[in-house]
Design a protein around this ligand. Structure first.
Ligand code: PLP
Length: 420
């Protein structure tokens, strides 16, 4: 069993453990403390809990006695601590070293990088794939490389921040359509007919609401208005669809979606890394032009080894991909029967809708005091008045884990007036 290292120095976790450097006197001092106070005052301060064990359904938190049941990781398939994934990471670390000290095109491509790219494109049934240090980077790199000022990009208003930032970096004409609103998308596509190329960009599954993009309809409109479709599959790869290929497999449009970006840092072993998979000429172009790929270090071998093994496990059988559907269903139906409203559609992201920000925060704290780790989300992460506690189900939660979580929610909900 894994032993926790000795944590922290005399200062503990709350304080800086190194002497602080004074602000250089030749530079004007921005009002950082004012800004920090502003964040605290707005109630949007994000604090970080320190985990003293591996990622998994059962955790130990630094400074807390006893185990915690964890319902807030993207470890959808439980592969982050899967013994075969860990063994593969250790083996690859020993065979290929800690890292490449180089970007890919200078001195940073090993056989394992090429093998993983081939495996990713086989998994998604696409022509080719390119690795990045993260999906944030994949999203930051694609729009600028692909689109010119003569083109247009049409983006769902609730797309992930990394898509929004990636689009900001490109010079194409930008359209933002209302969340999953196909009438609005069609109107924007009509307006965008004046541009050379159109690209519709959407999350496959949206991480705040657990809802799934209407890809069939998006692809129909894309065909009608001669547009390409791009999906971000971070919350779908590995577990949506009969073989875990993602939202496009679930909705039967694998041959209609042109570009898929996704992460290795969630269901596929959880280490880090991202990728784009799609037509070979596009991937070739990204290798030449995509800035986060060209100017950032190669993915470390251990990370490549873990992700590669995760994909092997998924391609050997669809049992792992299917293993979480029943757990998700159990949680959603028991919580609904208890009187809670759960947003989204059959997705392991299960937002327990509460409305009030304070209620979400105190309920999440009270859940932790009962040994259940969940996180409350409120404005500006979600719209005002739509605060929630986001619960994420993993294939490695047992039925008992899920029932304990529902029982705790019911008690805490009654105590704080969220349930009658
Ligand atoms: N896209 C979506 C929808 C995400 O949820 C995330 C991660 O939170 C990312 C992109 C970024 O992925 P990565 O952690 O690999 O940078």
């Amino acid at each position: 069993q894994w032993a926790a290292p000795r944590l922290g120095g005399a200062g503990g976790w709350g304080r800086a453990r190194h002497s602080s450097q004074a602000w250089p006197c030749h530079c004007p001092r921005p009002s950082l403390s004012g800004e920090l106070e502003g964040i605290r005052g707005a109630g949007t301060w994000k604090s970080e809990r320190v985990i003293a064990s591996r990622q998994g359904p059962h955790l130990r938190l630094a400074g807390e006695h006893g185990g915690i049941l964890n319902f807030c990781a993207n470890n959808y398939l439980g592969l982050s601590s899967h013994p075969e994934v860990i063994r593969a990471g250790v083996w690859t670390l020993e065979q290929f070293g800690a890292g490449l000290s180089s970007v890919r095109f200078i001195c940073g491509t090993q056989s394992i990088h090429k093998d993983l790219e081939e495996k990713i494109s086989r998994f998604h049934q696409r022509e080719d794939a390119i690795l990045y240090a993260s999906c944030f980077d994949a999203n930051a790199g694609i729009f600028e490389a692909l689109l010119t000022p003569e083109d247009a990009v049409l983006s769902d208003e609730l797309n992930h921040a990394s898509i929004i930032d990636g689009i900001r970096l490109c010079k194409a004409n930008k359209y933002r359509y209302r969340h999953m609103d196909m009438q609005d998308l069609e109107a924007k596509l009509q307006d965008a007919q004046k541009h050379r190329l159109r690209l519709v960009a959407t999350d496959g599954a949206f991480s705040m609401d657990g809802d799934i993009a209407p890809l069939k309809e998006i692809c129909r409109l894309a065909e009608k208005y001669e547009a390409l479709v791009f999906i971000d599959e971070c919350h779908a790869t590995g577990f949506l669809g009969p073989n875990g290929r993602g939202t496009d497999e679930l909705l039967g449009v694998m041959d209609k979606v042109t570009i898929v970006n996704s992460t290795l840092g969630k269901a596929l072993g959880g280490a880090a890394g991202g990728y784009t998979t799609g037509p070979k000429p596009l991937i070739d172009l990204l290798r030449q032009r995509s800035r986060p790929y060209l100017f950032s270090n190669s993915l470390p071998p251990a990370v490549v080894g873990c992700a590669s093994k995760a994909l092997d496990l998924l391609m050997e059988s669809n049992a792992i991909a299917q293993s979480m559907a029943a757990k998700t269903q159990r949680f959603r139906s028991k919580m609904t029967a208890a009187g809670f409203t759960i947003s989204g559609q059959d997705h392991p992201i299960c937002p327990v809708m509460l409305g009030d920000a304070r209620l979400a925060a105190v309920m999440a704290d009270d859940m932790l005091s009962r040994g259940i780790y969940v996180i409350g989300f409120s404005y500006p992460v979600v719209p005002k008045g739509k605060a929630r506690i986001r619960v994420q189900i993993s294939a490695v939660h047992s039925d008992e884990d899920i029932d304990r979580c529902v029982e705790a929610f019911t008690e805490v909900g009654r105590k704080h007036g969220a349930l009658p």
